[in-house]
Design a protein around this ligand. Structure first.
Ligand SMILES: [Zn+2]
Length: 329
């Protein structure tokens, strides 16, 4: 049976999970982009392991399921990035290891969930690897990541892999229509385009009324262009938004619309600089997820936007090389 907390596009992976029954692996790595519900899937797996029923599909009725639902299950250990921290520390992992090697409270399985395992720093990885090498019996480790390529091969090789892909557009549109019956096709498609086809991100974007914010952004960059405001004033303002990185989406959409309008001959000059700038925006958005100076990144994109309207535009090399370290900006 499909758990209610899961998303319709996860049905096949859930079937695979159920098919193995109690032939559990010791560690699983769930990888894929943010915004498609990997965390919900990991929680359903954890509950399924802890549930008293046969198999790994949670019954929702037993004492274990009840405790899990109340978030009080003593054999469910969860590790995530602490607020205001950029890394998961070795101390956090050591504390977890200690609990892992204690006997379970209920005599059954223990489940460890580490979300976004890419946040572990090097010594934290090493501490975790030891547990993955010699895991205690009846313990299932579930790791999730949005940055699969950043993980050490030694960690990946010790886990069974569950890969999550961006779901197909028709499945996503059906789900979005159910979730947001008041939203029309145009808005849903716009939200999806801005959010890389990621359904949950698109839904959050619409619910956060991000299109109102977009109007503010348009006024902002117009005043920048007319030199009525400075880049640092704008960056200060955007930084107060709950998710300032949304300005990259706006810049991106702006270039898409501009290029399309120019190509279809709406009396705009076609300027190849916009394609170069578009690449910079994509790169900046990726860098945002990493350990970079956020002010500088926002400022560079604004500056780039102003400069690429000049004839002698020279793109910022730091924003043109794929997957560089952010500290080069
Ligand atoms: Zn149960």
């Amino acid at each position: 049976m499909m758990q209610n907390s899961l998303y319709p596009w996860q049905a096949n992976l859930w079937q695979d999970w159920l098919a193995q029954g109690r032939f559990l692996g010791q560690a699983y790595l769930l990888s894929g982009p943010d915004g498609i519900g990997i965390s919900a899937f990991a929680m359903a797996m954890a509950q399924g392991v802890l549930c008293q029923s046969d198999g790994v599909d949670a019954c929702q009725n037993c004492a274990q399921c009840h405790q899990f639902g109340q978030q009080t299950h003593p054999d469910f250990l969860r590790l995530a990035l602490l607020e205001d921290k950029k890394e998961i520390s070795v101390d956090q992992v050591r504390a977890l290891n200690e609990q892992v090697y204690r006997t379970s409270h209920q005599g059954g399985y223990k489940v460890v969930l580490i979300e976004q395992v890419e946040h572990l720093n090097r010594s934290a990885f090493n501490a975790l690897l030891k547990t993955l090498e010699e895991p205690p019996t009846k313990t299932v480790m579930i790791l999730t990541t949005h940055q699969w390529h950043q993980l050490p091969a030694t960690l990946i090789s010790r886990c069974r892999q569950l890969r999550f892909a961006v779901p197909p557009l028709d499945a996503v549109m059906t789900w979005l229509h159910q979730q947001l019956p008041q939203a029309d096709d145009r808005l849903l498609k716009k939200a999806l385009k801005l959010n890389w086809g990621l359904p949950i991100s698109a839904k959050d974007w619409i619910e956060a009324k991000a299109f109102d914010l977009e109007a503010t952004w348009q006024t902002d960059i117009k005043s920048l262009q007319q030199q009525r405001t400075s880049i640092s004033q704008l960056v200060d303002k955007w930084k107060k938004w709950s998710a300032p990185e949304i300005v990259f989406d706006y810049f991106y959409l702006w270039t898409v619309n501009y290029i399309r309008a120019a190509v279809y001959g709406e009396k705009l000059p076609y300027d190849p600089n916009w394609l170069v700038f578009q690449k910079s925006v994509l790169q900046a958005r990726q860098l945002w997820q990493q350990n970079v100076n956020k002010d500088l990144l926002l400022e560079s994109v604004c500056l780039e936007w102003l400069q690429c309207q000049q004839a002698d535009y020279q793109p910022n090399p730091a924003l043109q090389t794929p997957m560089i370290r952010g500290d080069q900006i």
